[in-house]
Design a protein around this ligand. Structure first.
Ligand code: NAP
Length: 543
């Protein structure tokens, strides 16, 4: 794969380069943005810290890594030819296939010549007199650009708890979000996995099959619904391709931007029998649409309890040891933390080589040279897997020293939580755009259409500035304040703020507790379109 990416067409170092735009990141967002800006005739440089393109799908190579949105919808729609020619092999694509898709896109649209790999951006500073951004990289290279676009991803800055003795462990450790490129063999090994979010849920069943012994350290049990992944029937694929635009249009009308078949009825108005039938049907079909069965599941605790109890009953059915089943049964609101989808997750705990350890009451106290110590016991391990997640949504942005007008640092501006207008831009930082930034549907939507919607919006905005001979644009403080309030108000009307999720930054000690994504893809798109139609209402643009 590395060889394929090291093609001679790849961009060379941008020493003192001047560009119309710099894009940070070459995942789904960066590639699409590059393509759009090229269409406008802009000179663009993409900086990517990885040694290959692909973003999330480059780094998350852990066993079982797979998308939880169906392949036919987790793909670009900017090119009908691309949509028609690419064939997905499974209902839910595995990491390797999605990466192959992105490689294909990069080649097909000749994107690599503007992408500089192995280059981590360390700072982006706005020079007010020149009206340009200066972008510096770890290697000391500099670039200057009129527009700076952060395509840094929502889940790209990994988070490892600062356990005492972290570096003392004698064996290898792995983080699911930064998995080695070389195959990892757990055969014959005693493996500890810490974390039972989506990455843990996907990797645990496969690690269990290989390891001699697997210890799963669980702090919060997880709700997960079967994926029922299967090879994609070519006939089904052809039918979708016959009216791909139709599928995309329907999906854009859905609250999460993909086809979840939302039920209109309220769970609390349905009979117990109707509820059971609906949940059984969705459980049998598999995937995230489970949580869209009734319209009140994310709004009413009593309604939500009916779905939660259905899953707990499934866990009791699947897991043979009642004590383990009870430990695996979540008590928080279902989907308050991101719902997972799995292949054989709960079943894995029936295996004789798998031990579930509850670290909620007896937390992990230290990593030791020989394993791990909780408040109650010591575990000898050969390898440790951290499936402990990410400093989501703001981590990658704040990992870069971004300074706007008057030297204002983004970290200072966001000290009490991210503030943006539409999740696209932030006041005081002219010509700086974020793709799927905090305050946009992003992680509460199908990421690829959300990314494309942002890339299209940004490209149109830049074209507008050019047509109107405007040099700078940034949101007004007033529009930003109103948007931040609106995002909070929408979240406040749901059950989302009721648990310690990464949506709220609650997984990272010291991170301000602010609900970061915006719920409601269709209303959001409409708002963005209206803002543009009204001459970028809420933004100040100057010559
Ligand atoms: P995550 O959902 O944040 O899960 C992290 C896990 O680590 C949680 O179980 C957490 O427990 C545990 N943990 C953290 N610190 C701990 C500590 N000190 N002691 C014990 N346990 C600790 O991270 P993730 O699984 O990487 O998933 C993040 C997001 O990435 C997902 O929600 C999803 O949006 C995306 N993702 C998607 C897919 C997919 O498409 N299928 C796959 C992987 C990831 P607590 O819950 O108690 O904090």
């Amino acid at each position: 794969m590395r060889d394929a990416q090291a093609k001679p067409t790849q961009a060379g170092p941008a020493e003192n380069g001047r560009f119309d735009a710099v894009i940070v990141g070459a995942g789904f967002a960066g590639l699409c943005m590059l393509h759009r800006l090229r269409e406008l005739g802009l000179s663009v440089r993409v900086f990517e810290r990885g040694s290959g393109i692909g973003g999330t799908w480059f780094w998350n190579r852990y066993p079982g890594a797979r998308c939880d949105v169906e392949s036919m919808e987790y793909s670009y729609q900017f090119s009908e030819e691309l949509q028609q020619e690419w064939n997905w092999s499974e209902r839910f694509a595995a990491q390797q296939e999605i990466l192959r898709y992105l490689e294909h896109v990069a080649d097909r649209f000749d994107l690599r010549r503007d992408i500089q790999l192995d280059t981590r951006v360390s700072s982006a500073v706005f020079d007010e007199s020149a009206g340009r951004w200066t972008i510096e990289t770890d290697g000391g290279a500099r670039a200057s650009a009129k527009f700076c676009i952060m395509a840094t991803g929502c889940l790209s800055s990994t988070s490892t708890p600062r356990f005492a003795g972290l570096d003392s462990f004698a064996g290898p450790t792995f983080h699911t979000g930064n998995w080695p490129h070389a195959p990892v063999d757990f055969s014959g090994k005693r493996v500890g996995v810490i974390g039972t979010g989506s990455s843990g849920v996907q990797s645990i069943p496969l690690i269990a099959r290989q390891a001699a012994q697997l210890f799963v350290f669980q702090r919060t049990p997880t709700y997960t619904v079967p994926a029922h992944n299967h090879p994609l029937d070519p006939g089904v694929q052809e039918r979708i391709k016959g009216d791909y635009a139709g599928l995309r249009r329907r999906a854009a009308q859905m609250p999460f931007g993909f086809d979840t078949r939302p039920g209109e009825k309220l769970a609390l108005e349905a009979t117990a029998e109707e509820r059971r039938a609906e949940y059984e049907d969705r459980w049998a079909r598999g995937g995230l649409p489970f949580i869209s069965g009734f319209a009140d599941l994310l709004y009413s605790k009593d309604a939500n309890d009916t779905a939660a109890e259905f899953v707990r009953a499934k866990i009791r059915e699947i897991v043979r040891d009642p004590r383990v089943a009870e430990m695996l049964s979540p008590r928080q609101v279902i989907a308050c933390k991101r719902l997972c989808i799995d292949t054989g997750y709960y079943e894995t705990f029936n295996r004789s080589n798998v031990t579930l350890i509850d670290v909620s009451a007896a937390p992990i106290e230290a990593i030791t040279p020989r394993g791990l110590r909780t408040k109650n016991a010591e575990y000898e391990l050969d390898c440790i897997v951290f499936a402990t997640g990410f400093d989501a949504m703001t981590g990658a942005l704040l990992g870069i020293d971004i300074r706007g007008r008057g030297g204002l640092s983004l970290a200072r501006k966001w000290a009490e939580g991210p503030r943006t207008y539409l999740g696209l831009a932030t006041a005081g930082f002219p010509n700086l755009f974020m793709i799927t930034g905090p305050g946009s549907p992003s992680v509460l939507s199908n990421m690829v259409p959300s990314i494309e919607q942002h890339a299209n919006w940004i490209a149109r905005c830049i074209a507008y500035l050019r047509e109107h001979e405007l040099a700078r644009i940034e949101p007004t403080a007033l529009a930003e304040d109103a948007w931040v309030e609106h995002v909070n108000e929408v979240a406040g009307g749901t059950l989302f703020p009721s648990c310690n999720s990464w949506y709220l930054g609650a997984n990272v000690p010291g991170k301000p507790r602010v609900f970061m994504p915006y719920l409601g893809f269709p209303a959001y798109v409409q708002k963005c379109d209206e803002v543009a139609a009204k001459g970028y209402e809420g933004f100040a643009a100057t010559p």
